[in-house]
Design a protein around this ligand. Structure first.
Ligand code: UTP
Length: 251
């Protein structure tokens, strides 16, 4: 199984720190965040890790090339223009034939290994795609891709999985089908790549991964997995400080 870790974004929300240090390289204890994410993918059964980087972020490559235990398991593709997350994932398409894990390079999730849980949910559901979900407070609903789950989303508890019936990108609170947001981890069937290749730019003029997942939903089952833990976004200073607190003593 291939795991794709997009880490080519600009990191503008964390300037000036990210002027020279990629946010993905910020330490969580003694390890850079992206090292923790690579370990999560390996523990979930990935044996081919593709890091999507840019020329400005070569330091990520230098870091992993210095690690003997990971040598041969990690490879690199370049996103030459920052055209969005969907575009970053598309750069890793070559040679991927089965389902691929996608782990955002700036997101950490507390609790049980989310990628491993999602692999198990996929296996139990005929190899279906699975996306990780977190409950968000009302004031943040309009910032994310929000899903409608089969049955009652409100009844879906931490650690549960259910089939997604709809996905609305950045809805107004009144129009949101639930408070469950797609966040940070995805296990996607290889069909996602042909959808990404034809995906028109969406929010912010970028190729959005969630727009392609919405189209995937129309043709095949996609499940949502509600994290029992919390998703930590290290892409901004406040989120990073929270992540340090959340992983204190764990990493
Ligand atoms: P973000 O949505 O946080 O975007 O990316 P960003 O550009 O990195 O950050 P800001 O908004 O400028 O602060 C989520 C993940 O997807 C990667 C990022 O590196 C991050 O790990 N990404 C995003 C890419 O690889 N390429 C892109 O074009 C956009």
């Amino acid at each position: 199984m291939t795991a794709i870790i997009p880490a080519a974004g600009k990191g503008t929300r964390f300037l000036p720190a990210t002027r020279v240090i990629p946010k993905e390289m910020l330490p969580i204890g003694a390890k850079p965040a992206i090292h923790c994410i690579v370990e999560e993918a390996l523990a979930a059964g990935a044996d081919d890790i593709v890091l999507v980087i840019s020329e400005e972020k070569e330091i990520i490559r230098r870091y992993f090339e210095g690690d003997e235990t990971l040598f041969g398991k990690v490879r690199y593709v370049y996103q030459r223009e920052q055209r969005g997350l969907g575009h970053a994932v598309l750069q890793a398409a070559e040679g991927v034939t089965g389902s691929a894990l996608v782990l955002l390079g700036d997101a950490l999730v507390t609790g049980p290994n989310p990628s491993r849980e999602m692999v198990a949910i996929s296996k139990a559901n005929g190899g279906a795609s699975v996306v990780g979900l977190e409950r968000v407070p009302p004031e943040r609903v309009s910032r994310y891709g929000i899903v409608a789950l089969e049955g009652r989303a409100a009844a879906c508890g931490a650690g549960d999985a259910a089939r997604i019936v709809d996905l609305v990108e950045k809805p107004k609170l009144e129009e949101a089908p639930s408070d469950l947001a797609i966040a940070g981890r995805y296990l996607l069937s290889a069909d996602i790549f042909s959808l990404l290749a034809t995906q028109t730019p969406g929010h912010g003029g970028e190729i959005q991964l969630t727009d392609a997942i919405r189209r995937l939903l129309a043709t095949q089952p996609v499940f949502g997995y509600v994290y029992p833990g919390k998703r930590q976004d290290i892409g901004n200073p406040q989120g990073y400080l929270k992540a340090l607190e959340a992983f204190n003593g764990i990493v």
